[in-house]
Design a protein around this ligand. Structure first.
Ligand code: ZN
Ligand code: ZN
Length: 144
């Protein structure tokens, strides 16, 4: 009885100080604040968790499929569905390099594209707004 230790977690934004161009993350709970790292918990039990936040949108037309239902993200000045909605078309944050070979491959029959996909690759159409900006080889991803 009474031997069970209970624990919960408290969260807080980290203090970050920049020293000699290096960012140091400091424990927000201890005084004086001590450095904490991704390597493991500090003596006080505090760990750092890195979380990526992305703003999600709805009710805006997707620049790939034109539908405005579902969940979208914004890439530069365009909106695109979170889940691949248009096979063979993607909107890139950093696009793969366009190539002549890829633009030839784009026109090849479906059998070629199946063959390529089995090897983990796809040909993609690169777009700049409504314009086709070229074609490139890229890794195949699910939903493509
Ligand atoms: Zn601490
Ligand atoms: Zn879409």
């Amino acid at each position: 009885m009474g031997s069970k230790r209970l624990s919960t977690v408290r969260r807080s934004s980290c203090k970050v100080v920049v020293k000699d161009n290096l960012a140091q993350v400091l424990c927000p709970f201890c005084l004086p604040p001590h450095p904490i790292s991704l390597a493991g918990p500090a003596a006080c039990g505090t760990t750092v968790k890195v979380v990526a936040h992305q703003i999600l949108y709805s009710a805006v037309p997707c620049s790939l499929c034109g539908e405005s239902s579902g969940t979208l993200v914004r890439i530069a000045d365009q909106y695109v569905h979170v889940k691949g909605c248009t096979p063979g078309r993607r909107l890139y944050t950093s696009p793969p390099k366009a190539s002549k070979l890829a633009s030839l491959a784009w026109r090849l029959p479906a059998a070629y594209h199946k063959w390529l996909r089995r090897r983990g690759k796809v040909v993609v159409e690169l777009r700049k707004g409504a314009q086709v900006a070229g074609y490139a080889f890229d890794k195949a991803v699910p939903n493509d």
